[in-house]
Ligand binder design. Structure first.
Ligand code: ATR
Length: 271
């Protein structure tokens, strides 16, 4: 059986093993999928050991995505831009890709029926989670993409790194009063502390789609806030997680699994 693993720290709660086992069952692929939790300074060693064991491919999650990027011998263009790798294909050389943006876009388009072409999009946050999806978001050709961050400087630097591929602007959260968007994506980690970014209600009040990259058994604080303030539709990041996994699975096994039954099963089990 071909060996795969997810590397993260912590990784104990990762749903990736379940997701990939469901994909494998559905597509009749013989794979083994494990969790690996190297010490914070031990990712390179753990990855080397995994390849020596015959590991075929890996998913990489927080906090190792940037290190995976530097360890890869070759990278896809989208990984190159993202500065982070979430999927490794282990062969003679180590190939790094990033399926996070594809996962977000597929969840929005295929599962929610929300296309991004011509839309006014707001992405909140300017850390690794935001950076990982900006290239694919711009490739959808939105009318405009605003990155807003608590620390305005980070948003500006990030926008500059992508402004050759689309209409993108970096701002502080405090510059958004009165502005309306059609799609608002929360890429901050604020929900982990039970907080909501300090946004004016206008950003969702015109019937926006509000999307949180985080997910949990309960609606996230951002999604509760968006619902109270007039969002038309709210959705957490569980679908993105499954869709990015499908992208990785396809890279490894050259077969595309169906995501809908997996999302439904996980949704059911986390409630
Ligand atoms: P990640 O890889 O998850 O993006 P990160 O690089 O640490 O992690 O970035 C976290 C993001 O969440 C940042 O955009 C951060 O804003 P700052 O750059 O101003 O720190 C944002 N963030 C975290 N907690 C927040 C809060 N309570 N309100 C608003 N933004 C928050």
């Amino acid at each position: 059986m071909d060996l795969y693993a997810v590397f993260g720290h912590p990784v104990g709660h990762s749903l990736s093993p379940r997701i990939h086992r469901m994909f494998a069952e559905e597509t009749a692929q013989q794979i083994e999928y494990e969790r690996r939790e190297p010490p914070l300074d031990g990712f390179a060693d753990a990855l080397r050991a995994f390849r020596e064991e015959g590991g075929h491919g890996a998913n990489v999650t927080v906090p190792f995505k940037e290190e995976a990027w530097s360890l890869a011998d070759q990278r896809s263009e989208r990984a190159e831009r993202a500065g982070a790798v979430n999927t490794l294909v282990c062969g003679e050389t180590l190939y790094g890709d990033n399926t996070d943006g594809e996962g977000l876009i597929n969840d929005l388009r295929n599962n929610l029926g929300v296309g991004l072409a011509g839309k006014r999009i707001l992405i909140v946050g300017a850390g690794g989670a935001a950076r990982g999806v900006l290239g694919p978001l711009l490739a959808e050709q939105p009318a405009s993409l605003v990155i807003a961050n608590r620390t305005a400087g980070r948003a500006k630097v990030l926008a500059k790194a992508f402004d050759d591929i689309g209409n993108i602007e970096g701002r502080g959260l405090d510059t958004l009063a009165g502005e309306r968007f059609e799609v608002v994506i929360n890429a901050t980690s604020s929900g982990l502390e039970g907080e909501v970014p300090a946004l004016p209600e206008s950003v969702v009040s015109d019937g926006a789609t509000a999307y949180d990259m985080l997910y949990g058994a309960e609606p996230t604080p951002f999604l509760r806030w968006a619902e109270r303030n007039g969002a038309f539709r709210v959705r957490d990041g569980l679908g993105m997680l499954v869709e990015q996994a499908a992208g990785a699975f396809e890279l490894w096994r050259h077969i595309r699994p169906s995501t809908e039954p997996v999302i439904e099963t996980l949704r059911h089990d986390t409630r």
